[in-house]
Design a protein around this ligand. Structure first.
Ligand code: FDA
Length: 365
């Protein structure tokens, strides 16, 4: 059978596109090279706990249409992300807010916190930041930088913050209220039953083949559809002929523990440089699961090499320039639609990916 669309990848972009087109009577085939659907939002149920296998995922958006869209398929709980950070055995609330400032300096009033931060920024003498360290200090002062940003950033990027460009940190929000809700968005939550259920619902009536790599036999798969929707890495589509786009990698170390509650929170950051992981995720707290055991995951940033999972694109000038060249090549493939985080070489939050897939559908019909 000839499909209207062969969709490469069963992540959010591919699944939303496939769902919408199938609803419109188009024949779609989804090819997925992994053994499971869902791309990086995949959750796996272990001992009744939904484990976020590719990193913690919290759905948040201000876009009511997108919120209503996902809620047609699954119910979302009222999880609010309130991570904490540990530095030298002291615990600090995130994002940086009055709870954090009170713990740092023993103060209670917003005016006192503002005064301390402004004084520290002034004393730093930084006017034109030339690197990430200076940029951060100019935004939040020395104490917050030293305790909560420096070590974490160094681990995350594998480089001294002084050697990283200033543009990486564009904004460091400071909140002068006692509010630990990490996101400012109106809608927030976790799908009850995990993200895999959301993707299952999206792909309900769609033909799907798992463990199939489109790039292993491009001609064969191209001939199966009138159009190809490609959500894989853009450089791989062209066999890396112009060079390889760089990513920052992650390594996850998970363990089940004979404890009902290990850390009392879903996300705990470790901001000291000598602790190799950046955070510990305790998955059961995303859905308030009541079980005798718990599953935690330590997250270690790593150098990325070909063959590793791609996590964070390195959007510096060199990589962006290379991406633009690949994008130009992709423009010549007239029956292709490229979308999602890998084909667009972009860090994309989930609600933005959904919006982008819906836009691609609209453009098609
Ligand atoms: P995704 O990578 O999910 O899907 C692409 C699919 O294509 C994969 O399944 C892949 O196997 C498949 N594929 C690739 N090449 C193929 C080939 N040749 N043949 C067949 N299949 C192929 N967002 C948010 O809103 N809140 C959050 O809390 C987080 N947290 C978060 C943590 C971390 C560590 C990261 C890196 C990212 C987040 N995100 C997030 C972002 C979120 O992960 C992202 O928006 C979606 O996964 C993007 O979905 P895509 O479909 O674009 O890509």
């Amino acid at each position: 059978m000839k499909y209207d669309y062969v969709i490469v990848g069963s992540g959010l972009f591919g699944a939303v596109f496939a769902h919408e087109m199938t609803k419109k009577g188009k024949k779609c085939l989804v090819l997925e090279k992994r053994e499971h659907i869902g791309g990086n939002i995949y959750t796996e149920s272990t001992s009744n706990i939904n484990v976020h296998k590719y990193g913690a995922h919290i759905f948040h958006t201000n876009d009511k249409d997108i919120w209503d869209y996902v809620n047609q398929f699954v119910s979302f709980n009222n999880y609010i992300n309130s991570p904490v950070a540990i530095y030298k055995d002291e615990l600090y609330n995130l994002p940086f807010n009055m709870n954090t400032f009170s713990k740092l300096w023993g103060i209670k009033k917003p005016s006192e916190a503002k005064e301390i931060i402004e004084e520290q920024i002034k004393n730093s003498g930084i006017t034109e930041p030339t690197n990430l360290e200076e940029q951060a200090i100019k935004m939040v002062g020395i104490d917050i930088y030293e305790k909560l940003i420096k070590g974490y950033t160094k681990k995350q990027w594998g480089r001294e913050p002084k050697k990283l460009p200033a543009f990486i940190i564009k904004r460091l929000p400071l909140r002068f209220t006692y509010d630990n809700n990490y996101f400012n968005d109106k809608y927030q939550g976790i799908p009850e039953g995990g993200y895999t259920l959301l993707i299952e619902k999206l792909l309900d009536n769609v033909d799907l083949k798992l463990s199939v790599d489109f790039l292993d036999d491009i001609e064969k798969y191209e001939s199966m559809g009138n159009k190809i929707v490609y959500t894989g890495p853009i450089d791989a589509l062209f066999d890396y002929k112009l060079g390889m786009l760089e990513y920052r990698g992650l390594r996850f170390e998970s363990m089940e523990m004979n404890s009902e509650n290990f850390q009392g929170n879903a996300v705990v950051n470790y901001t000291e440089e000598h602790i190799e992981y950046t955070r510990i995720i305790e998955h059961k707290h995303f859905e308030s699961v009541n079980t005798d055991t718990t599953i935690i995951t330590k997250e270690y940033p790593s150098e990325w090499k070909l063959g590793d999972e791609r996590y964070y694109p390195v959007n510096d000038a060199k990589n962006q320039d290379l991406y633009n060249k690949y994008r130009k090549l992709a423009g010549e493939k007239k029956n292709y639609i490229l979308g999602g985080r890998l084909a667009e070489y972009k860090y994309y939050d989930m609600h933005i990916v959904i919006r982008s897939a819906l836009n691609a559908v609209r453009k098609e019909v």
